[in-house]
Design a protein around this ligand. Sequence first.
Ligand code: 13P
Ligand code: SF4
Length: 368
Amino acid sequence: MSTMVSPNKKETELSALPEFTPALAKELEPLYRRVASVIPEFEWPVYARYIKAINDLKRERGAIVLAHNYMTPEIFNCVADFSGDSLQLAKLAAQADADIIVQAGVHFMAETSKILSPEKTVLIPDERAGCSLAASITGEDVRQLKAKYPGVPVVTYVNTSADVKAESDICCTSSNAVQVVESLGVDEVILLPDEFLAKNVATMTDVEIITWKGRCEVHEQFTTEDIDELRDANPGLLVLAHPECPPEVMAAADYAGSTSDMSNYVKKEQPEKVALITECSMSDNVAVENPDVEFIRPCNLCPHMKRITLENILHSLQTLTVEVNVDPAVAEKARLAVQRMVDLPLRKVSGPKFRTQQPLAHVEYAAL
Ligand code: 13P
Ligand code: SF4
């Protein structure tokens, strides 16, 4: 279920919003019909007032909202102009015909948008929306690694700061990591900073991988016991996992892929019952589009993603804050790494095979 708009901001702001009149209820009815299965009716009048204010102000300002798949359903379905996984959002930011982008996601996503679109104003509604992976490594760490492993190319997950991207040869996301690693035509790469993504990639390629001890605080919590319990309680359950999960969890799943890969898989396969081993809002958002599928919800919340609310999206549009800027010299170097990834032709490599299939002997941890 969705999280209610936090009541911590002053009532004056609420009173400044359009009233929830019968006319507004009618205007937004198609949107409510879309989310009715995941947003209780009693919560809708408050959401509707914010949604109306945000959508009007977006038009007035020529702004768009880019939303990650982990946004709560009222954001994802009712104010987002575009939504997707990290790779799709990076591409959309570059292509978007708008002067102002409000990034409904975490800080590294807003930085990536700014790196690809330096001329646009990129706003993040709460600049504290970080990521445990991005926080696990600095640009200086990467410089030291390059000195220790001279000539070994550095592949960096997009869940990193601009400083880290600037020290990298190419970026990757969970939907293209194997493809990116193999595109370099080398025997060994440094793949940073997610140790589990690195190990999961290693099950699908012969390239030797040196990695880092970064972890997603949301996905590292899932265990094979969780999956066994779910299967025992729900015969016939289809289990989908994100590649930031530990390798043994991936091995226990039926399918693995990025957030959008999982969503597309459910849309195509229409399983009777599915469990998405990932962040909580995913199930709400995928459920909206798949009314005939039953969702079993063993989820973990990402506290960073959940910092973004309708309330602070509106505030961001009203005040044009918080603007995300990247030092132009850093951005220029980081852009090369992101652009190399964006320019790779799309080849689907995640899927049922993106699971532990061979020993993980060719992964080592980088030591400084
Ligand atoms: P995706 O690229 O799969 O959307 O993942 C981003 C993320 O932060 C997952 O935790
Ligand atoms: Fe970072 Fe994990 Fe949150 Fe994604 S879910 S933003 S990887 S902490």
